[in-house]
Design a binder for this molecule. Sequence first.
Ligand SMILES: [Zn+2]
Length: 203
Amino acid sequence: MKTQNKITQDKITPDDARNMLVEGNKRFVQNLKAQRNLQQQVAETSNGQYPFAVVLSCIDSRVPAELVFDQGIGDIFSARVAGNIVNEDILGSIEYACKVAGSKIVVVMGHSKCGAVTAACQDVELGNITALLSKIKPAVDTVRVNEEELSADSIEEVATKNVELSIERIRKESSILSEMEKEGQIEIVGAMYDVSNGRVELL
Ligand SMILES: [Zn+2]
């Protein structure tokens, strides 16, 4: 697998970028890792990086974006925060990845059995976690009709909704990214990762 450079990155369309991630996850699921010399990639990227994608995902130890998409050094930007929420700093990071560094796709990836989403559904309050969970609450509110405890299925529904709302926020709060999307320079897509089988499903 070749290391990305300016020429290869320029040729990649948003559609290509999506396919590269889909194919990478297929390899991951089939345990067919692409051949890569990571040390060689370190050397090849030492003077610059040309990643084709930026993935916003959860800090969950079971969901490392580079591994589940079978990518190497210099291939993807990886922004990780519990519950894959969006804030100003995350928006700035994604804008940097696309507008400055030339990435072609933004993937917001939630996952099953997410501790942050579950905690938000259970109204957990603890230190700085409270403020973090408040950013997941809008997704909880779309699923919870009264004060009843949410079932496991409903919690998964919240996780998917949380991805959709994160994408809405990206489009609404970043004129840079929404314009790039309108002009076809990037795609913004949602995804869910299943911790039981390693599969990524695009939404
Ligand atoms: Zn999580």
